[in-house]
Ligand binder design. Structure first.
Ligand code: PEP
Length: 249
């Protein structure tokens, strides 16, 4: 399965910073065509600029969130169809920062993923346990519960990516060991197959949580790791491209 390396820029960068970042990535892609799929998810207000900048380039653009409804009185929110209309291919849903800061639960994440599917987008469904849940030995149980609750009936191998992002590893510099990642990805793959049958084999499973230029090569070779969701390191073009080049192909 071809790897996906996705950069989540979060709420970082003014227009000039983002354009400089995208130009740097474009130059790298022109120098050596990526052997994996490459996605960047800028703040939504910069998507139009990013999309114009990547025209004709293999780098694709996605959103960081969408609303569960297709349209309506939802001040400040963005519909999946609006992202698709601007040329986005993917949208992240259920990131732990949204689950934490906007109290999003599994059912809402599933509704957002369904909205993404209706708009023709690939939903990147995020899940992951807290430090406390891991210490209690409940990591596998927590992520399988999140997976079952966060996948809508419309999910299949082509329109859904699952990102395992242990909360304690996001933005902390603490990386899950390859053994921890292998154990959880194995459990998630089995659960995907149990929920989606043969389609469950085709869903790409990303790891996210302090992936950087130094650890990417090893993490991307863990069984059932089909790519990475990258936060901090995606803002540094050299580091992000080292991760892209580390993906097996
Ligand atoms: C993320 O927020 O999706 C993430 C993985 O962040 P970081 O790489 O900075 O840990």
């Amino acid at each position: 399965m071809k790897s996906l390396i996705a950069g989540n820029w979060k709420m970082n960068g003014l227009r000039a910073d983002s354009m400089a970042l995208i130009e740097a990535l474009k130059a790298k892609a022109a120098g050596s065509a990526p052997g994996c799929d490459v996605l960047v998810c800028p703040p939504s207000i910069l998507i139009a600029n990013a999309m114009a900048a990547v025209a004709g380039n293999p780098i694709t653009v996605g959103g960081q969130d969408c609303h569960a409804e297709d349209k309506g009185a939802f001040t400040g929110d963005i519909a999946a169809a609006m992202l698709a209309d601007f040329g986005c291919s993917h949208v992240i849903v259920g990131h732990s920062e949204r689950r934490r800061d906007h109290a999003e639960n599994d059912a809402q994440v599933a509704a957002k993923a369904a909205a993404a599917h209706r708009a023709g987008l690939v939903a990147i469904v995020c899940l992951g346990e807290s430090a406390e849940e891991r210490e209690q030995g409940r990591a596998a149980q927590v992520v399988t519960g999140q997976l079952a609750g966060s996948l809508p009936p419309s999910a299949n191998g082509a329109n859904t990516v699952v990102a395992y992002e242990p909360i304690w590893a996001i933005g902390t510099g603490k990386v899950a060991t390859p053994g921890d990642v292998a154990e959880i990805h194995d459990v998630l793959r089995a659960e995907l197959v149990s929920i989606l049958e043969s389609q469950g084999e085709a869903v790409r499973l990303l790891y996210g949580g302090s992936v950087n230029a130094a650890n990417a090569h090893e993490l991307l070779r863990v069984p059932h790791v089909n790519g990475a969701l990258v936060g901090g390191a995606s803002l540094k073009p050299d580091d992000f491209w080292t991760i892209v080049e580390a993906a097996p192909h």
